[in-house]
Write a protein that binds this ligand. Sequence first.
Ligand code: FE2
Length: 610
Amino acid sequence: MGKSSSDAMRAADVSPSSGAFELERREPGWARPIFDPRDGDAEDDVSSPKQKSLLAIAGSLLAEISLTKLLLAWIASIVLPAAILGLAPLIVTAWVGGVFSRALELYGFGAALLLLVIVAAGWFGWRPLFRVAEANFWALNALGVQPGYALCREAIRHLAERSLKPRGGTELARMRATSCAGAGILLALVAALVAAFVWPHTRWIGSTADLAVPHHLIVPTLANAIVVMSAYLAAASLVWGFADATMDQPLDLDAFDAAPSDARVWRVAHLSDIHIVGERYGFRIESGRGGPRGNERVKRVLARLEAEHAARPLDLILITGDMTDAGRSGEWAEFFDILAGHPELAGRMLVLPGNHDVNVVDRANPARLDLPFSPAKTLRKMRALSAMAAFDADRLRVMNAGAAEPGLTLAATLAPQRQAIETFADQGGLRLSNQLARVWDELFPLILPPAEDAGLGVAILNSNADTNFSFTNALGMIPVGQASRLTAAFDAYPEARWIVGLHHHLIEYPMPVAAFSERIGTALINGSWFQRVLKPYSERVVVMHGHRHVDWIGACGKLKIVSAPSPVMAPDSKPTHFYVHALAQGADGRLALMTPTRIDLAAAETGAGG
Ligand SMILES: [Fe+2]
């Protein structure tokens, strides 16, 4: 190696025009390195679940993880919420007990008046405490309870599918429904057992005397929190299990709608998961050297789209997330560099955040985690937001909580924050990070209202769970507030049709035996709930998503779901494809989904292989 590279250096140092070099000229292949660095090496596969087993990645994770950060993250996201939840009843009862003993010492009108004043003060004081306890309850729910149910449900489904090997979609759907109910019952039993076991250690009545020995409250506080959460899990998993069992299961689409003769047709190119890298010879986290190199394939996708648009104009190009591979500035820069060659396409484009845009903490190290309050996480969100604001910010509108119709445009909403965003991008900092994280949380769904009453609107969601860990970056979740703002937007335009764009898949497709890690590590945790939210609107909605890189078009009941294949994430030696969809005003307010145009991309030309 040493000899060869020093030989290479000597050859490279000598100018081709010098006489000495003429005498020493060798074969053209002589100056090559031992292996071609453009092909990458083992380091490019280090976080790729396609190249390494999950066990191997988990092993290196254990070796690499920062225990200090893990401890802090646990305290902030589990221990503290649990402590607040468990302490709340003790504080409330201690306070009420204090009030009554004081009142007993007084008589007559004075006592009644004092009691009234104290109760009024308690009423207002109690509400913030209740709100804090409630917020922590939901935080624990999102972090542990609901993912626990989803894990149990998918594990039972996975085992059932592997052992019973169902034939066809209907049989698979029936089996999945049964496993949902089974998971609900099983988890309810386990949770009830846990609650019964911990119950003797709980204490629900506090007193002012506890203040003298606060460490005596540690065990009852934790026991209280465990009992509250497991009682909730027992009840909720039964409700979820039976709701999931009785809901419409996903089936492949029977048939596309026929083209209505005189209705308006919208042509929508659906791209997803282009995972742009920042380096010319860069490989993607997920596929490693088994996937494409650099951004050549992305460029070819846009060239094909340009030709398609020239032949038959497109109304919308929707990219449902993972525009970048790790949400880094250099990757967003490449994205805009590539788009600069296609202004016509960029002017019709809408993008939404995927987990790779906002949740990947470290490209090379799955053990890296952000602290829950880390500005690095907000920085990735602001990069994504800054990019999203480049697309139709004057037409996209923000739904405010409780509002009956969309409010200000994205541009107008962000105008007062622009300075803060620029300063934060330049300097970071906790204060701006907290402020801008709240702006981000309240921004979705973004609504592109329909041009006319019965037109086509687009709703853009953020389905990324707030994870702090590269290892869990792929999890998805739709917050309740986002879902209610979405249905409020639907209600504001009762005749409109809608594309609902989000990154994550709502539900596991009717394809037998997906790898278990894909079922549980990547799905929307509350996807079946969100599907029930959409059900009343299902005839006028098409859901478009990415994330799985799988080409699937199907339906849950009447709700049509389109999963975009990734036109990029395949070995350079393999062809890829994407779709241009045709949507139309169907009869009776329905949204018709017609046969899409499939655009194929051949394998890369020789020399581009990775
Ligand atoms: Fe993704």
